[in-house]
Design a protein around this ligand. Structure first.
Ligand code: TXA
Ligand code: MG
Length: 322
């Protein structure tokens, strides 16, 4: 298979290119596209054969369900049972990096929801993504567009490196806005909302809107979010945690906000904000990997709020700590 890439303007994507990509989706093919979080690997969520190609291209375990990307709230209504909590949050936070797990309607094929009774829905905050979903006329199932287990792609070159020859089309809409994936919450029981995956939408602003705390799933309900059971986001070289004030492990490349005393600036990325750290984490992993360094030390974000929780989650997974 030949993988074609087309560059689109992020605010004004060419209707011709969107239509071309939408035809690939309608014909059961695979299209990678930008979202505000990471690049997604999309297929028609209602076509089981098309969805199965996603699992093959990524090497993803079949029991790990996919997110249905929709173009507005009414569209999402066709695929899951909304409740008041989900409705309120969707009105406030969509389009945006917040995914809801809700009871699935029968129209959602079993393979898309990993055999579960629930399905995940999200309206991405990206004009290219929304135009593609709208034009295709179907929800688009899309995990991150990387080989399973690898760091998620934040630009189209990275998608190409992982997916060349395995997918039909890549829409290149430049670098993403957030760099880590959406926050996934389970609202199946609106009296007991669960945080399944911390991400780009901060916990505290969701909780404020809900008027409730998001509980972390216990070991039983954890089985309901199969994706969180796998090792993830990891480069092929060891990732070590560095805490401010400690000694940097010898010979490691470094990423973080503070500058360790013994750091070699030729192998370091210093970010000037937490947001930029999140945006640059996965691409930093891949950059150092290609430079054949023997390990990567990353600063543990000691902050309470915002994207810090999502960042800590990705860092601890990459380091093999959870
Ligand atoms: O930002 C994002 O969410 C990106 C972009 C492309 O939208 N997508 C993404 O998809 O990160 P993926 O497949 O890499 O992660 C989806 C997560 C997984 O942990 C999966 O297990 C969980 O959502 N999930 C999906 N459907 C679920 C369901 N019905 N019940 C529980 N967890 C679910
Ligand atoms: Mg992923």
């Amino acid at each position: 298979m030949i993988t074609k890439t087309a560059t689109v303007d992020r605010w004004n994507p060419s209707p011709h290119l969107i239509a071309k990509a939408a035809r690939v989706i309608q014909a059961g093919g695979l299209v990678a596209f930008p979202t505000e979080t990471v690049y997604g690997l999309g297929a028609d969520a209602l076509n089981p054969e098309a969805v199965s190609k996603i699992f093959t291209a990524k090497g993803r375990p079949q029991d790990n369900p996919l997110i249905l990307h929709v173009y507005n709230i009414a569209h999402a209504y066709q695929f899951v049972e909304f409740n008041d909590a989900a409705m309120n949050l969707a009105k406030v936070f969509w389009p945006g990096p917040l995914t809801f797990v809700l009871p699935a309607k029968d129209i959602v094929p079993s393979i898309t929801r990993g055999g579960l009774e629930t399905a995940a829905v999200r309206m991405p905050d990206n004009v290219t993504a929304l135009s593609l979903i709208f034009t295709a006329g179907t929800p688009i199932a899309a995990p991150s567009a990387n080989i399973s287990g690898r760091p998620s792609p934040t630009d189209s070159d990275t998608v190409y490196r992982d997916m060349n020859g395995k997918i039909d089309f890549i829409l290149d809409g430049g670098s993403v806005k957030f760099g880590i994936e959406s926050t996934v919450i389970d609202l199946t029981d609106e009296k007991r909302p669960l945080m399944l995956r911390p991400g780009s939408m901060p916990r505290e602003i969701i909780e404020k809107e809900l008027g409730m705390t998001l509980e972390v799933p216990d070991s039983v309900s954890k089985k309901r979010s199969p994706g969180t059971n796998y090792r993830h986001y990891a480069p092929s070289i060891p990732v070590k945690i560095w805490r401010k004030g400690s000694k940097l492990p010898a010979d490691c490349a470094y990423m973080g906000i503070d500058k360790p005393k013994n750091v070699d600036m030729k192998k370091a990325i210093i970010f000037d904000s937490l947001g930029n750290y999140a945006r640059g984490l996965f691409s930093g992993f891949r950059k150092f990997e290609s430079e054949n360094v023997s390990c990567i030390a990353v600063q543990w974000p000691e902050y309470e709020f915002g994207i810090a929780e999502g960042l800590r989650d990705r860092i601890s997974r990459a380091a093999g700590l959870s």
